[in-house]
Design a protein around this ligand. Structure first.
Ligand SMILES: Cc1ncc(COP(=O)(O)O)c(C=O)c1O
Length: 465
């Protein structure tokens, strides 16, 4: 059994073995009771030490994934009983909220459809330095709550950075949040009533759809074009509906990689003003964008603007922010205080440090350059292999593309053969409709497994006789 251990990865080897074995069991639906190869065999085949393999198996026993007999041989454990908490009638059952952006959970496969940078792309030196600085010099950063708007030193830096996008945001119009996710949640809680309807992009960001469903908000689907939301389709929607808000992911859109053009932005804003519709601009991929710089919030101070540092610096620090008019910021800040007591002051202080000393600016420059090179290479391969690409992205993480072999199940089988994990065929549609388009994460796409898959999809195409 090949476990595909990456010795350069930051993930410890034992954890990789755990992930690979779990993935094998889930992906291949391995029957309970199936016996694993012996520890010695697994270790020898994968050039691992027996103690690492043994430790991984013991962890899986502790997690209930494996069972052990006579202390040395391991079997796939029977599935746990569901143990629903509703026996006493107190905990109502809910349909699952999340559909997930990836097609399955195979731990060892290349996450071609992933939504973020791989860990091996992340850089820890400057981050480690900033963490040590805060630990040594900032006792409040280490131990205290933050303020309700967020750390002033961070908001000062954010205000400066936003100027580069022509967004004028005084510090007291900026609210820090626990990632963009909390920003979106606060906006939905405070600006939208259950039962109201909003316009969302299709394809678009799955977690936004799940959040809106959670709050009982109806969604109207607006097709995304390579230049932004489809303005004609919006006009048609507005002729028959009265949506309270429009959500737009302006730059390096998830999942299509496309960015908003100035013409589309101006027409969207004119329609929003005419119909009294709130505009929420989600710009979490902003720092991956090189040249094109159209932002709704730069054109209209009433736009609610959301940013984040998850995609570039760290998804673990959980720092995002909102820019909005003063009354909205006041309400968001109140609810943030009540529901979370604020963002981690430690994370805010670390980020403020990296913004102030220029390390963050240099980090995103390096990331843009590397992504730009990989983007060009992948687009070339896709073109040669006859894939259809949805507009050529000018930056960012994603390409939205359709293989010449237009049957998702066949493409999925092919991907599995090459050890590649695809994006889900339904997650990016607000209504969960099936799609043959795939989100391709450029940071994974130069891996030989992905390149072989792109080319393989062209070869597997049914021949026209
Ligand atoms: C469009 C979009 N908005 C928001 C988020 C959430 O970002 P954060 O990690 O800052 O909560 C993501 C993450 O994938 C995203 O793609």
């Amino acid at each position: 059994m090949e476990l595909r251990i990456d010795r350069q990865a930051l993930v410890p080897v034992v954890q990789q073995i755990v992930d690979a074995l779990t993935g094998w069991i889930r992906q291949d639906a391995v029957q309970p009771g199936t016996r694993l190869p012996s520890i010695r065999q697994l270790a020898r085949q994968n050039l691992l030490s027996q103690s690492s393999v043994n430790e991984a198996c013991e962890r899986l026993v502790a997690q209930g994934v494996l069972a052990s007999r006579h202390g040395s041989s391991f079997f796939v454990a029977p599935p746990p009983s569901l143990g629903l908490a509703s026996n006493d009638g107190t905990c109502p059952e809910h349909p699952p909220l999340a559909r997930g952006g990836l097609a399955d959970n195979s731990a060892w496969a290349l996450k071609l459809g992933a939504g973020g940078l791989p860990e091996r792309w992340r850089e820890s030196d400057d981050l480690g330095y900033a963490i040590r600085q805060v630990t040594r010099t900032d006792m409040a950063g280490l131990f205290s709550y933050s303020t309700s708007l967020g750390l002033p030193a961070l908001r000062e830096q954010l205000s400066r950075r936003l100027k580069q996008l022509n967004i004028e945001a005084a510090q007291d119009l900026i609210l820090s949040t626990h990632g963009a996710t909390q920003a979106l949640d606060l906006i939905v809680r405070t600006q939208l009533a259950p039962g109201s309807c909003v316009v969302v992009e299709s394809p678009g960001y799955p977690k936004l759809f799940e959040l809106l469903r959670l709050h009982g908000i109806d969604m109207l689907e607006l097709p995304r074009t390579p230049r932004g939301p489809d303005v004609e389709a919006l006009q048609t929607l507005l002729a028959t509906h009265r949506p309270r808000a429009l959500f737009v992911n302006s730059a390096c859109h998830n999942p299509t990689g496309s960015s908003l053009s100035l013409g589309v932005a101006q027409r969207l804003l004119a329609l929003a003003r005419e119909h009294g519709m709130l505009v929420i601009e989600d710009d979490v991929y902003a720092d991956f964008q090189g040249s094109t710089r159209t932002r709704l919030a730069a054109l209209d101070a009433d736009v609610i603007y959301v940013g984040s540092f998850s995609k570039t610096l760290s998804s673990s620090l959980r720092v995002g922010f909102v820019v909005a008019p003063a009354p909205i910021i006041a309400r968001l800040s109140e609810v943030k205080e009540v529901t979370s007591l604020g963002v981690s002051r430690f994370s805010e202080a670390v980020l403020a440090n990296l913004l102030a000393n220029g390390a963050y600016r240099k980090l995103v420059q390096r990331q843009r350059q590397r992504l730009g090179g990989d983007m060009a290479a992948v687009l070339q391969v896709l073109e040669e292999a006859d894939w259809e690409v949805f507009g050529k992205p000018t930056g960012g993480l994603f390409i939205w593309a359709r293989p010449p072999l237009c049957d998702y199940a066949g493409v999925q089988r092919l991907a599995k053969r090459f050890g590649v994990q695809l994006s889900s065929p339904t997650a990016f549609s607000p209504s969960g409709a099936d799609s043959q388009w795939l989100r391709i994460n450029v940071a994974y796409a130069c891996d030989p497994r992905a390149l072989a898959f792109f080319r393989g999809a062209a070869l597997d195409r049914p021949r026209v006789s």
